[in-house]
Design a protein around this ligand. Structure first.
Ligand SMILES: *Cc1c(COP(=O)(O)O)cnc(C)c1O
Ligand SMILES: [Zn+2]
Length: 417
């Protein structure tokens, strides 16, 4: 395990002893999300990246030496992480770049990258003997907490907007979580969950607010680096709502860089939906995280709808420090991306995940990505999570009478289109 040296505020830079603060910086409040830092000099002498090659652990726990979990705690059994990274020449061709990979994090047990955060948070709750963990979520973080919680018999209480896609709500109920459908936005559900956790003494997994969400998510960057034999790509494209995945990806590469396992950190490109793009606005206008104001959100990409991104300070830093960029894409472009990604790579992604394809296209047009560069598209969630939106992009199929002549006629008409 990695022993935590200190927690550091992403806004003011103050540091705190590991057990002295639970969630965000006492001086900055909610905007001051914390980084979990280790003693990198001693990790550097203890660990060797080449030893990973012989590891048989096919999950995020292959990086347990770089995660904050006591050795006597048994990690939740679900196989989270170690998802495939597909090298796709057709995707590269289509986007006009030298090389392109798709990282299929929709393959996680509950269908999204959020499992990485939930696995670490639940493991830490077990370590501390906590009985109930709660979260607010647009859907995927909730499913992840419910699923990982179910795998160890942990009680979970979930707050989601009542408008979340049905598959996501069904998932929560199937896993046996206590589910509260809040008749308001994710942002409102988030604040309610924070308050109730405080009243009830539950451990709160709320994204960004809990410093271990990004710590779990960083494992996706570890995997990308290891799967590419420690030769990182030029750019990683990430879809952004609260900015916690972006923060986690950055932290993962940053940790590896501290250890000397990679030579540089890739440029990080954050993609938002036009109808929920406060970070694009802040980045373009030089607005600091502490000065950002909540905006109303309107997008079909429910997982990246966040009016006041909870991890805004780290998200802005991730893009700034890596010389990356933020950009916004329309809902139409997001919808069209679903079949594009699927037909180019064989991966069916939900709208918020497919958005990275539209973002990469736009980034090439704008010159944020150059034709001689290599990129990774991080596909954060499975397309089966939101079939209704996929149907908006591809229709519902052609119904045909069960006879050969009708079928041949139908085939001919399909080939015409
Ligand atoms: C949560 C989520 C995102 C965005 O992550 P943030 O940390 O909120 O920025 C993107 N895609 C999918 C599928 C998600 O579930
Ligand atoms: Zn602070």
């Amino acid at each position: 395990m990695a022993t935590i040296r200190e927690l550091r505020c992403s806004v003011c830079g103050r540091t705190f002893a590991p057990d002295s603060v639970r969630y965000t910086c006492p001086h900055d409040g909610a905007v001051g999300t914390l980084d979990v830092l280790y003693d990198y000099d001693s990790l550097k002498t203890e660990l060797d990246r080449d030893r990973l090659r012989v590891s048989h652990e096919g999950s995020m726990w292959r990086y347990r030496a770089l995660l904050p979990l006591a050795p006597d705690v048994i990690a939740p059994p679900l196989q989270v992480g170690w998802t495939p990274l597909y090298d796709s020449a057709r995707l590269a061709d289509d986007l006009g770049v030298r090389q392109a990979w798709a990282k299929d994090d929709g393959k996680n047990p509950t269908g999204s990258l959020k499992d990485r955060a939930s696995a670490l948070v639940v493991a830490r709750a077990m370590e501390q003997g906590i009985e109930t963990v709660s979260t607010a979520s647009t859907g995927n973080a909730a499913a992840a907490l419910a699923g990982v919680g179910a795998s160890v018999g942990m009680r979970t209480v979930i707050f989601v907007p009542a408008t979340a896609p049905e598959a996501k709500i069904a998932q929560l109920l199937v896993y046996g979580a206590t589910v509260i459908l809040v008749e308001d936005t994710y942002d409102v559900a988030f604040d309610l969950c924070t308050e109730i956790c405080d009243l009830e003494g539950w451990y709160c997994r709320n994204t960004g607010m809990n410093p271990f969400t990004a710590e779990g998510k960083k494992t996706v960057a570890f995997e990308i680096a290891e799967q590419l034999n420690w030769q990182v790509p030029d750019v990683v494209v990430v879809s952004v709502g609260d900015g916690n995945i972006l923060a986690g990806v950055h932290k993962g590469f940053w940790d590896l860089h501290q250890l000397g396992w990679i030579e540089r950190i890739p440029r990080l490109l954050g993609v938002q939906a036009e109808g929920s793009s406060p970070l694009v606005h802040a980045w373009e206008n030089g607005i600091a995280a502490v000065d950002m104001q909540p905006v109303e959100t309107h997008t079909i990409a429910d997982s990246i709808a966040a009016g006041l991104p909870r991890d805004r300070a780290k998200a802005l830093r991730a893009v700034r420090d890596t010389d990356g960029a933020f950009l916004a894409v329309s809902d139409e472009a997001i919808l069209a991306s679903i079949p594009r990604v699927a037909r180019l790579t064989g991966v069916f992604a939900e709208p918020s995940a497919a958005a990275v394809y539209a973002g990469a296209r736009r980034a090439v047009e704008l010159g944020y990505i150059h034709p001689d560069e290599s990129i990774v598209l991080l596909l954060t969630g499975n397309g089966l999570k939101d079939v209704r939106r996929a149907q908006e992009a591809v229709g519902r199929g052609l119904r045909v009478r069960p006879d050969l002549a009708a079928i041949r006629q139908a085939l001919a008409s399909l080939e015409d289109t």
